[in-house]
Design a protein around this ligand. Sequence first.
Ligand code: ASP
Length: 606
Amino acid sequence: MLKRTHNCGQLRLEDAGKKVTLAGWVHSYRDHGNLVFIDLRDKQGLTQLVFNPETQPEAHKLARTARHEWVIAAKGIIQPRGEGLENPKLPTGQIEVFVQQLEILNVSKTPPFEFDSAEKTSEELRLASRYIDLRRPEMQQKLRTRHRVTKITRDYFDRLGFLEIETPMLAKSTPEGARDFLVPSRLHKNCFYALPQSPQLFKQILMVSGVDKYFQIVRCFRDEDPRADRQAEFTQIDVEMSFVDSNDVIGVHENLLAKIWKQILDVDVTAPMRRISYKEAMDDYGTDRPDLRFDMKLKDISDIAKTSTFKVFTSVIEKGGIVKGLCAPGGGERYSRSDIEKTLTEFVGDYGAKGLAWSKVKQENDKFSFVGGLAKFFSTEQISRIIERFDVKDGDLLLFVADSEKNANKALAPLRCKLARDLKLYEKEAFEFVWIVDFPLFEWNEDAKRYDSLHHPFTAPVPEDLDKLDSDPANIRSQAYDIVVNGSEIGGGSIRIHDPKVQRKVFELLKISKEQAQQRFGFFLKALEYGAPPHGGIALGLDRIIMMLTGTENIRDVIAFPKTQRGQCLLTDAPSEVDQKQLDELNLRTQRHSHIIEQKTEEKKQ
Ligand code: ASP
């Protein structure tokens, strides 16, 4: 077999005259009657091969048989392409290899989709033949970026004295609160392992074990309905540290993120990064994942709206709701009345809003007025107070939702992002990082009539709020933090409770009974009793970070072998049915089998 001497992205004009051997896949071929050209591809790039029937008849004859994705090796001499024949789009575009010897290493069936139109091919087809899809340079680039990010991360933590420690995959249910994937135990009939939703309790136990600084690039499993940016099986950069406060954890991770962004994209991210409280995020942006590439803050105008003559506003406020809205710069010119009353109103409707009130703003000399929509319901004085609150300019568009605070935020937060996109209020390549801090510890769950943890039940309250555990749980702040980039949450963590008494109290408020706590987390509560140091940590979503860095909105693009939206691996056809023997060994019976058995018994009876 011909042994390659170089890769397909490497050769340049200054290499002319060198004898080389390249190996790879036939990307394309052109048969010009006498000369045959093949673009040869490997993971590094493309190089043009040329075959001449006069000087190398054998190689030329063989080259004419080659087809897309055949695997070949070619030996020859590098020559300049000649005037006017260069391809400036290719790094190797100034040269070609004049082939003297060709070896066909393997043939290929016709690929199920054309390489160059892969983006337009159905994703199902690409996933089913993932080995072909991954050959594409864009996909190779994503694999490379992912590798580099994990390498930077491992080197970074290693230098800081962290240990990477693996924790079990066959585990017990963990506290993230999503649905578990269960694995039946053969040796312990009727018992199940749960695949870890995160290594949360193990990493805390590692702190009790004196490890001090732990990290792990780890697979986590949550049996939730997949979304565009979520997979049932995903990867976290999981970290835990002892004797730290939230500033320490935040500091270590903003430096890591700055390093990754610098090394991968050559983008300077300033650390320390901005921090805003949960309350500020909800008030100003309607979400705890604000996109700060643009401003466009939400404002509550209930105090003004309640004095207007607009019934919708006044009645919502009377019922304890609010009127909240935003000012879209230049929106008055960009959107027609029907755009607002149809497109934008339908948009907020999808997020549960019952309507969208609006007015365009006109300025004449120093005088502002409302045009259309709400204009007739507000006095000049009320209008000028609104103008002042939003810092409105001529040609802007004011939009309002009247509802409960929660519902108004739910509709306005995505509306804010849509408007910014439509109005091109930010640069796509910009990155705005922000830490969200001062989360409430609990959220009231009206249906279950109890508190839920906003983060998870092991998150510590801020020390000053500890005395509210009995008197005022709703107003306890937690020591949790989330890191958000361009409106996407890429990580979150907290300082943990290390005092078993506080931990028990929190369980009580979450209505987790002593027995339940014992059954689910008993092993962990016991560990806390044996000298647990103060500790805290975080998990960063590796897949989402790679999505950001490679500019894709599809999580499947950054995972070599992903699952579809319906949790299937189209390459291997998982999940699939298993043999009856396997089920028997596990002492399991599926409903389908139960059905067959019932049928058979029925038949026997007859
Ligand atoms: N285990 C948490 C999660 O996966 C992260 C953390 O608190 O460290 O969301």
